[in-house]
Ligand binder design. Structure first.
Ligand SMILES: O=C(O)COP(=O)(O)O
Ligand SMILES: [Mg+2]
Length: 227
């Protein structure tokens, strides 16, 4: 199967970029502005994975000790978005070897995409801030289409856009949402262990391979190791 892979869809948060430090700062600032009890970075790490609104839903519900009402969440979102805009890349970092591995895959002729649940307006600026935007010919945010991962829609969109067969696409991600989306779309997946997966073992979702380091995807693909 891996010999057929022509294109790779990468998740962003917890896969390419350790973005939780900035997401935590923005969440804490939003909770403070709303007069709600704060949270820890470790808690934010377990709340990331289903986009910005779900992160704030989890943070506010935790602070309130009950499910937050939709009207209160709607009012809170612009506050969170403002604070995250101000703290997009201040404390975040590329994971080890990400730039070199993307360069190697790009040079080897793979078509590369980002398929994230992060709102699109934050996605490109973040890729640009870490100078990896030029590797990707398609970037989908969590709000780019009607549904986000674990729905297969973003990967199906990618297959259609690039006129690829399912056997030619690989999804690489740190969350069960990435693996479930890949399975629902019928494409191969690699689960990374170092990111955010609600504190759960990514192997339990059944990806085709589990990697502890980003550079290990090169050996899975049988691409010459450049790092
Ligand atoms: O924004 C999130 O909740 C998760 O983003 P990701 O899909 O890039 O991991
Ligand atoms: Mg992720």
């Amino acid at each position: 199967m891996r010999a057929q892979i022509k294109a790779i869809a990468f998740d962003l948060d917890g896969t390419l970029i350790d973005s939780v430090p900035d997401l935590a700062v923005a969440t804490q600032a939003a909770l403070a502005e709303l007069g709600l009890a704060t949270c820890t970075e470790a808690q934010v790490r377990t709340w990331v994975g289903n986009g910005a609104e779900m992160l704030m839903r989890r943070a506010m519900s935790h602070a309130l000790g009950a499910d937050v009402e939709q009207t209160a969440l709607d009012a809170a979102m612009p506050i969170f978005m403002h604070h995250y805009q101000e703290n997009l890349e201040k404390h975040s970092a590329l994971y080890a070897d990400v730039h070199q591995v993307l360069q190697t895959l790009f040079d080897a002729g793979f078509k590369l995409a980002v398929v994230t649940n992060k709102p699109y307006r934050f996605t490109l600026p973040l890729l640009e801030a870490f100078k990896i935007n030029d590797f990707f010919s398609l970037v989908l945010g969590g709000d780019s289409l009607a549904k986000m991962k674990p729905d297969p829609l973003p990967l199906e969109h990618l297959l259609a856009q690039w006129q690829l067969d399912k056997s030619e696409l690989l999804m690489v991600g740190d969350s069960k949402n990435d693996i479930l989306a890949a399975k629902a779309a019928g494409v191969a997946s690699i689960g990374l262990t170092y990111g955010y997966n609600y504190g759960e073992d990514i192997g339990l979702t059944g990806p085709d391979a589990v990697c502890e380091q980003f550079a290990e995807i090169l050996s899975w693909l049988n691409v010459g190791q450049a790092v």
